[in-house]
Design a protein around this ligand. Structure first.
Ligand code: HEC
Length: 138
Protein backbone atom coordinates (compact mmCIF):
# COMPACT_ATOMS: atom_id res chain seq x y z
CA UNK A 1 0.00 0.00 0.00
CA UNK A 2 1.29 3.44 -0.88
CA UNK A 3 1.58 5.78 2.11
CA UNK A 4 0.07 9.23 1.86
CA UNK A 5 3.50 10.73 2.55
CA UNK A 6 4.98 8.89 -0.40
CA UNK A 7 2.12 9.97 -2.65
CA UNK A 8 2.61 13.60 -1.63
CA UNK A 9 6.35 13.33 -2.28
CA UNK A 10 5.68 12.14 -5.82
CA UNK A 11 3.07 14.85 -6.38
CA UNK A 12 5.52 17.49 -5.15
CA UNK A 13 8.24 16.39 -7.55
CA UNK A 14 5.79 16.32 -10.48
CA UNK A 15 4.24 19.72 -9.79
CA UNK A 16 7.63 21.32 -9.19
CA UNK A 17 9.13 20.11 -12.46
CA UNK A 18 9.24 21.37 -16.07
CA UNK A 19 7.50 18.07 -16.89
CA UNK A 20 4.39 19.48 -15.20
CA UNK A 21 3.31 20.88 -18.57
CA UNK A 22 3.10 17.34 -19.99
CA UNK A 23 -0.31 15.70 -19.88
CA UNK A 24 1.29 12.47 -18.67
CA UNK A 25 2.80 14.16 -15.60
CA UNK A 26 -0.46 15.83 -14.68
CA UNK A 27 -2.25 12.53 -15.23
CA UNK A 28 0.12 10.96 -12.74
CA UNK A 29 -0.70 13.73 -10.25
CA UNK A 30 -4.40 12.84 -10.59
CA UNK A 31 -3.63 9.19 -9.82
CA UNK A 32 -1.61 10.06 -6.70
CA UNK A 33 -4.20 12.52 -5.49
CA UNK A 34 -6.81 9.75 -5.80
CA UNK A 35 -4.68 7.55 -3.54
CA UNK A 36 -4.41 10.34 -0.99
CA UNK A 37 -8.14 10.91 -1.17
CA UNK A 38 -8.82 7.24 -0.43
CA UNK A 39 -6.45 7.14 2.51
CA UNK A 40 -7.69 10.32 4.08
CA UNK A 41 -11.25 9.07 3.54
CA UNK A 42 -10.38 6.16 5.82
CA UNK A 43 -9.01 8.59 8.37
CA UNK A 44 -12.21 10.60 8.11
CA UNK A 45 -14.26 7.50 8.99
CA UNK A 46 -11.90 6.81 11.86
CA UNK A 47 -12.47 10.23 13.44
CA UNK A 48 -16.15 10.28 12.56
CA UNK A 49 -16.76 6.90 14.23
CA UNK A 50 -15.27 8.34 17.43
CA UNK A 51 -17.20 11.58 17.25
CA UNK A 52 -14.03 13.68 16.98
CA UNK A 53 -15.31 16.71 15.06
CA UNK A 54 -11.95 18.48 14.86
CA UNK A 55 -10.37 15.43 13.29
CA UNK A 56 -13.18 15.18 10.74
CA UNK A 57 -12.70 18.90 10.03
CA UNK A 58 -9.00 18.39 9.33
CA UNK A 59 -9.74 15.56 6.92
CA UNK A 60 -12.35 17.74 5.17
CA UNK A 61 -9.83 20.58 4.87
CA UNK A 62 -7.42 18.19 3.23
CA UNK A 63 -10.09 16.85 0.87
CA UNK A 64 -10.90 20.43 -0.15
CA UNK A 65 -7.23 21.22 -0.71
CA UNK A 66 -6.85 18.08 -2.84
CA UNK A 67 -9.83 19.28 -4.87
CA UNK A 68 -8.07 22.60 -5.56
CA UNK A 69 -5.01 20.78 -6.89
CA UNK A 70 -7.19 18.47 -8.98
CA UNK A 71 -8.81 21.53 -10.49
CA UNK A 72 -5.42 23.04 -11.37
CA UNK A 73 -4.10 19.91 -13.06
CA UNK A 74 -7.21 19.51 -15.20
CA UNK A 75 -7.60 23.07 -16.53
CA UNK A 76 -7.05 23.47 -20.28
CA UNK A 77 -4.04 25.74 -19.85
CA UNK A 78 -1.99 24.52 -16.89
CA UNK A 79 -0.74 27.24 -14.57
CA UNK A 80 2.18 25.78 -12.68
CA UNK A 81 2.40 28.63 -10.16
CA UNK A 82 -1.24 28.09 -9.23
CA UNK A 83 -0.62 24.35 -8.86
CA UNK A 84 2.34 25.03 -6.56
CA UNK A 85 0.12 27.26 -4.48
CA UNK A 86 -2.51 24.53 -4.24
CA UNK A 87 0.23 22.16 -3.13
CA UNK A 88 1.16 24.56 -0.35
CA UNK A 89 -2.48 24.51 0.75
CA UNK A 90 -2.34 20.72 0.98
CA UNK A 91 0.80 20.80 3.11
CA UNK A 92 -0.84 23.30 5.45
CA UNK A 93 -3.73 20.93 6.09
CA UNK A 94 -1.34 18.01 6.77
CA UNK A 95 0.55 20.17 9.24
CA UNK A 96 -2.57 21.43 10.99
CA UNK A 97 -3.78 17.93 11.81
CA UNK A 98 -0.31 16.69 12.75
CA UNK A 99 0.05 19.63 15.08
CA UNK A 100 -3.20 18.69 16.81
CA UNK A 101 -3.07 14.89 16.75
CA UNK A 102 0.39 13.61 16.03
CA UNK A 103 3.52 13.31 18.14
CA UNK A 104 6.89 11.64 17.78
CA UNK A 105 9.56 11.92 15.14
CA UNK A 106 11.08 10.02 12.29
CA UNK A 107 13.43 8.07 14.52
CA UNK A 108 11.05 7.12 17.33
CA UNK A 109 8.07 6.73 15.02
CA UNK A 110 4.83 8.72 14.96
CA UNK A 111 1.67 8.21 16.98
CA UNK A 112 -1.44 9.96 18.21
CA UNK A 113 -1.00 12.48 20.97
CA UNK A 114 -2.20 10.83 24.21
CA UNK A 115 -4.54 13.77 24.89
CA UNK A 116 -6.48 13.13 21.71
CA UNK A 117 -8.80 10.74 23.58
CA UNK A 118 -8.56 8.20 20.81
CA UNK A 119 -6.49 5.55 22.53
CA UNK A 120 -7.73 2.10 23.43
CA UNK A 121 -5.36 -0.44 24.94
CA UNK A 122 -1.80 0.12 23.69
CA UNK A 123 -2.09 -2.69 21.14
CA UNK A 124 -5.31 -1.51 19.55
CA UNK A 125 -4.06 2.05 19.58
CA UNK A 126 -1.01 1.24 17.52
CA UNK A 127 -3.11 -0.83 15.16
CA UNK A 128 -5.70 1.91 14.76
CA UNK A 129 -3.16 4.65 14.25
CA UNK A 130 -1.16 2.77 11.71
CA UNK A 131 -4.00 1.00 10.04
CA UNK A 132 -6.69 3.62 9.96
CA UNK A 133 -4.98 6.93 9.51
CA UNK A 134 -2.48 6.41 6.79
CA UNK A 135 -2.76 2.69 6.12
CA UNK A 136 0.93 2.34 5.80
CA UNK A 137 2.89 -0.82 6.32
CA UNK A 138 5.04 -1.24 9.39
C1 HEC B 1 -6.87 14.17 10.07
C2 HEC B 1 -5.56 14.24 10.58
C3 HEC B 1 -4.39 14.07 9.65
C4 HEC B 1 -4.22 14.61 8.41
C5 HEC B 1 -5.17 15.54 7.64
C6 HEC B 1 -2.96 14.14 7.94
N1 HEC B 1 -2.37 13.35 8.87
FE1 HEC B 1 -0.56 12.39 8.68
N2 HEC B 1 -0.78 11.64 10.57
C7 HEC B 1 -1.85 11.85 11.42
C8 HEC B 1 -1.64 11.15 12.67
C9 HEC B 1 -2.59 11.14 13.85
C10 HEC B 1 -0.40 10.51 12.56
C11 HEC B 1 0.29 9.64 13.64
C12 HEC B 1 -0.36 8.31 13.71
C13 HEC B 1 -0.03 7.51 12.50
O1 HEC B 1 1.14 7.46 12.13
O2 HEC B 1 -0.97 6.92 11.92
C14 HEC B 1 0.13 10.81 11.22
C15 HEC B 1 1.32 10.34 10.70
C16 HEC B 1 1.84 10.68 9.47
C17 HEC B 1 3.11 10.23 8.95
C18 HEC B 1 4.09 9.35 9.70
C19 HEC B 1 4.11 7.96 9.23
C20 HEC B 1 5.31 7.25 9.80
O3 HEC B 1 6.30 7.15 9.06
O4 HEC B 1 5.26 6.80 10.97
C21 HEC B 1 3.26 10.76 7.71
C22 HEC B 1 4.44 10.58 6.75
C23 HEC B 1 2.09 11.55 7.44
N3 HEC B 1 1.23 11.49 8.53
C24 HEC B 1 1.88 12.25 6.29
C25 HEC B 1 0.77 13.04 6.04
C26 HEC B 1 0.60 13.86 4.85
C27 HEC B 1 1.62 13.99 3.73
C28 HEC B 1 -0.61 14.48 4.99
C29 HEC B 1 -1.26 15.45 4.05
C30 HEC B 1 -1.32 15.13 2.67
C31 HEC B 1 -1.19 14.04 6.24
N4 HEC B 1 -0.33 13.17 6.84
C32 HEC B 1 -2.42 14.47 6.70
C33 HEC B 1 -2.95 12.61 11.14
C34 HEC B 1 -3.20 13.29 9.95
Amino acid sequence: MVAIGEALGIVESLVDSPAYLLNSARGDVITRVAIMRLEIGTARMFFDARGVRDGVGFTDDLLGALGSLEYEVTVAEPDQAAALEALGGIRDTCDACHHAYREGDRQAGYRFTPGAGLLGSPGTFVKQAHGAIHEREK
